[in-house]
Design a protein around this ligand. Structure first.
Ligand code: ZN
Length: 322
């Protein structure tokens, strides 16, 4: 009898990642297709169903060897009905019935969750979580996302919006405008975009010499990666920006940890690639703001799976939910 596989799907705004994964969480095959967001994304799910069928044929595998499809989607989800309430980046109409539609198109069982939650499940199962049952994933990318797992269960909340860590207010007054409509959200300071904004705000106030300042003056451009690279080399302006980022991020993570006391807070996304340059000042700030027992028992760690967390976590959904 052929080994049973699960399909993991990680739906993003430009690319959809897919994988066949076995029950041990090992990849058997992975691939990507573009996400067609035209005409309110009406081809997205048909493209996914067709692509899975085509890959099965190419690998000479039968649909009966597939246990189901797990899919992580960019927006809050109703777990009962399998609808996504809203999905700004991919154009689906409000309350789009993802589970029912994909089930009908593919003939397979479908399990859905929010993409940040799915990534957290992936890290719990095969990544930095190493089986930890109480874990928070914070994704520091263009925005800031989060997934909260307690007792092995993802926390969804009343309307699927639990774990919106990026929108924790860290600057109550005078903070920058956030995409969500509020001001002073964590995302406005700890995302890649936010870090660049902090550089631009601090630049005119910085009197000393700085290679980061020279770099920006000469090229007219600066990225979050530049900031961490220059900080790693000891540049004072870059270090000040990292320090400010770490202060607000540490404050938010300490408050989350004071509420949940997770075993691990796992940091993923492009900004987390800064590694120790971010982690060291962050650990200091976290320890300052966290309750003593929490500071000693909750570990901050870098994500291990990178871009694979989503498809692995999506496959986990099929194995464990529904
Ligand atoms: Zn916000």
């Amino acid at each position: 009898m052929a080994e049973k596989w699960m399909v993991g799907v990680d739906l993003g705004g430009t690319t959809t990642k897919l994988a066949f994964v076995n029950s041990e969480g090992e990849f058997r095959h992975k691939w990507e297709i573009p996400t067609d967001t035209s005409e309110q994304g009406k081809e997205i799910l048909p493209n996914i169903a067709n692509s899975i069928a085509a890959q099965l044929t190419a690998l000479k595998r039968d649909q009966k060897d597939i246990e189901g499809i797990g899919i992580g989607v960019p927006g809050p989800v109703d777990m009962e009905t399998g609808i996504i309430y809203e999905s700004v980046n991919i154009g689906w109409p409000q309350n789009y019935p993802v589970t029912a539609t994909l089930q009908q198109l593919s003939g397979l069982k479908v399990v859905i969750d929010n993409d940040a939650n799915v990534a957290a499940l992936g890290e719990m199962w095969k990544g930095a979580g190493e089986g930890a049952k109480d874990l928070v994933l914070v994704t520091l990318g263009t925005g800031v996302g989060g997934g909260v797992i307690t007792g092995g269960n993802i926390i969804h909340g009343a309307k699927g919006a639990a774990g919106e860590i990026g929108h924790i207010t860290v600057i109550p007054e005078g903070g920058e405008q956030c995409n969500c409509g509020k001001t002073g959200c964590l995302e406005t300071v700890a995302s890649a975009t936010g870090i660049v904004r902090t550089v631009k705000r601090r630049l005119p106030l910085f009197a000393g010499s700085s290679l980061l300042k020279d770099h920006y003056t000469n090229s007219g451009n600066v990225t979050a990666k530049d900031v961490f690279d220059f900080a790693a080399g000891g540049d004072r302006l870059a270090l000040e920006v990292v320090e400010e980022t770490a202060k607000y991020l540490g404050l938010a993570l300490a408050n989350i940890a004071n509420t949940l006391n997770p075993e691990k807070i796992v940091l993923g996304g492009g900004v987390a690639k800064a590694g120790d340059t971010l982690l060291k000042p962050l650990q200091a700030s976290f320890s300052q703001y966290a309750f003593n027992t929490v500071a000693k028992s909750t570990v901050l760690e870098l994500a291990a799976l990178g871009n694979d967390a989503g498809v692995i976590g999506a496959a986990w959904l099929v194995k464990n939910i529904g």
